[in-house]
Design a protein around this ligand. Sequence first.
Ligand code: AMP
Ligand code: MG
Length: 421
Amino acid sequence: MNNQQVDCGCDTIPQPLLSIDEALKILIDSAKVTNSTQLIELDGTLNRMLAIDIHADISVPSFDNSAMDGYAINLKENQINKAGGFAFEITDRIPAGSTGEALAPGCAARIFTGAPIPKNANTVLMQEECWLIENKSKIEVYKPISLGENIRPMGNDIQSGGVILPKGKRLQPQDIALAASVGIDKLSVFHKIKVGVFFTGDELVNPGNTLQQGQIFNSNRYSLVALLNNLGCEIINLGNIKDTFNATCDALKALKSACDLIITTGGVSVGEEDYIKPAIEQLGQLNLWRIKIKPGKPLAFGNLGRCAFIGLPGNPVSAMVTFLLFARPFIKKMQGAGHYLNTAFKAQTNFDWNKPKSRREFVCVRLDHTTFPTKANLYPKQCSDVLSSMVWADGLIEIPEKTTFKLGEILNFYPLNELLS
Ligand code: AMP
Ligand code: MG
């Protein structure tokens, strides 16, 4: 301990504890959707947020076509659904990419998957159901044949004029392929948002260096940058910032005009080594929240002019969990996502909860898929500094405040692979 007088932070009036839902609502309501868009080639659109509804100008397929390699035939009225030895003369051959002639009654065209159905053909036989006879000039069929077999009608996938991709969709491989299937080569997406980050704490040292007494490696720098990369943000990283008022102000000033959002970790408590609060208050507005959540009670939210600010707690698990629960939906809304709130799944606990807690808890669990229903096992050490718990876990279970339960309780479950996508 240094020789400064210990300050208990009593000059600051503690704010009442906010519920998670209240805090999230305030955050989400104040998230401003970016309004700048860009038109980019399909290959560059993966994971980007679509800025407009996409309509189809054509139907897909744009012509009736064969679903099989086989024979397109002109089935006569008296042959429909009848069994027994009908023969059709092969008069045409239609590979995919070409068009055939109109079929005469009683005739067949050799046809391949994706080739257009010729005029007058009313059904397609799979080649496996046909016997080639008379020196392969005819086919004979024994099974009953119905009309329209193995024909993929025009518009089977997409009807011309309809919306195929909604604004705000985060583009996935299948979305990009769907746009390509209607002939679109570029898509309008929202610009990436710019997020400035820095890390407070005089104890922080970057990996690759040797630790001196009392120092720790900065792990939040890596989780935060990776989390932001996952979300497709542009990042300006100022690295470790000294625990002084001036250094904190300088970092904020350096980022505020270049960024849509600044995120920091650490320094959001109200001890005299925590400079986020006074620095933001000097340069903008700040709410220092105490949220009824574990891990991660303190969270700072504010703005420096048009640049939003989120201050995450310093403990590594708290920083990650509060990022996932609060910053992630906030960022997704800023990015223009139509769906930005986290999705809760359900899971059954394989543990009891004997002591009611005043804060809602998000605990690290791993699902056991060898039983039905799947059961969630609890990591034995749930501490805000135990990063191994996040590495072990495949999700977070939400335990409501003031509750107890016995093994088998069904609760909200947030899979990490969903939260980290
Ligand atoms: P603070 O919120 O600044 O009071 O920090 C709370 C705890 O988190 C302290 O034990 C810090 O050493 C630790 N901590 C703060 N920042 C980081 C970081 N970037 N990486 C790892 N641990 C951190
Ligand atoms: Mg600190």
